[in-house]
Ligand binder design. Structure first.
Ligand code: PDD
Length: 287
């Protein structure tokens, strides 16, 4: 069965899916995106993902490509055509196609919409959860508006590559004061010695992850104490547990950072509990 992508009004085979060379996403990274998890035939936390899309579009003054209801139908149809039961969809909206010019194109230029879907193997994620992942820390060299889920991800790609070359799977951004920000494509959490869950506030300087938001609900349901506050690299290295969250993976335990083991170097129990409870709390919409 060929993979199918949705591109500007048409369902096309993935291998022949194309956008114009003067799409502003291609030329200026002038667009936003969402990645949303599909689990057992359900779209996870779609409402929150669409709310964040709305915010990202609003901050950049890009119009919605179609109504929210129509977009939901196109997402479902793309998932159905690709027969995704476990996996994800990727959705990108750009300011559209126009002759190259830094200023915005003429009023009425249609935004571009691309949606792809893919199946993932849950056993690979389970394996990563069983062993945990390694991370490195890197100085944050991104622009100031990382609260917008923009497709301008070059620093993130460079940081992930640096992690890979260091034998790790994630790069954790650190600000000029030595405080932890977030991963190249994840939010970062730590559990202190007293069992309190700590993550950086999302008002500024990080992306407000959807998984992060739902995980706060999960923590509350499990009766865990949660603190949204900044924490330093030193605090993180001395933590009982560290884990990262993203829609693609819920949460992965981090067992070593910059070559130093976290606690005993094995995944902790709190991230596991959270992972197990996650889908009971998250919103699930049938495809
Ligand atoms: N990344 N921080 C950054 C910089 C991210 O890119 C992401 C997600 C997150 C977690 O957000 P959420 O829980 O909503 O997935 C935090 C996606 C998965 C990506 O770029 O592929």
């Amino acid at each position: 069965m060929p993979r199918i992508a949705y591109v500007n009004g048409r369902y096309v085979t993935h291998s022949s899916a194309m956008v114009h060379i003067e799409d502003r996403g291609y030329q200026f990274a002038d667009g936003v995106y969402e990645v949303c998890e599909i689990r057992h035939g359900y779209i996870v936390d779609l409402t929150r993902h669409l709310n964040r899309l709305d915010r990202s579009l609003g901050e950049l003054r890009i119009a919605w490509p179609m109504s929210r209801n129509a977009l939901t139908q196109v997402i479902r149809e793309t998932l159905r055509r690709n027969r995704v039961r476990n996996g994800l969809f990727y959705m990108q909206v750009t300011r559209g196609v126009a002759r190259r010019d830094h200023v915005f194109p003429a009023e009425g230029t249609l935004p571009s919409l691309v949606i792809t879907a893919k199946s993932t193997d849950p056993s690979i994620i389970a394996k990563k959860n069983a062993t945990g992942i390694k991370a490195i820390t890197v100085p944050d060299n991104r622009w100031d508006r990382v609260d917008i889920k923009s497709v301008g991800l070059l620093p993130n790609a460079m940081a992930r590559q640096q992690a890979k070359e260091a034998g790790a799977q994630e790069a954790i951004y650190v600000d000029a004061k030595g405080m932890v920000k977030e991963g190249a494509a994840t939010n970062v959490w730590m559990v202190d010695r007293g069992g309190t869950l700590i993550t950086r506030p999302a008002e500024h300087g990080i992306l407000r992850g959807i998984t992060r938001t739902t995980l706060i609900d999960v923590g509350a349901k499990l009766g865990l104490t949660i603190e949204e506050r900044e924490f330093s690299v030193a605090e993180m290295l001395a933590a009982r547990e560290v884990f990262i969250t993203a829609a693609t993976s819920i949460c992965f335990p981090v067992v070593a950072i910059d070559g130093q083991s976290i606690a005993n170097g094995h995944p902790g129990s709190i991230s596991q509990k959270i992972r197990e409870a996650f889908f009971d709390v998250a919103e699930k919409i049938a495809i």
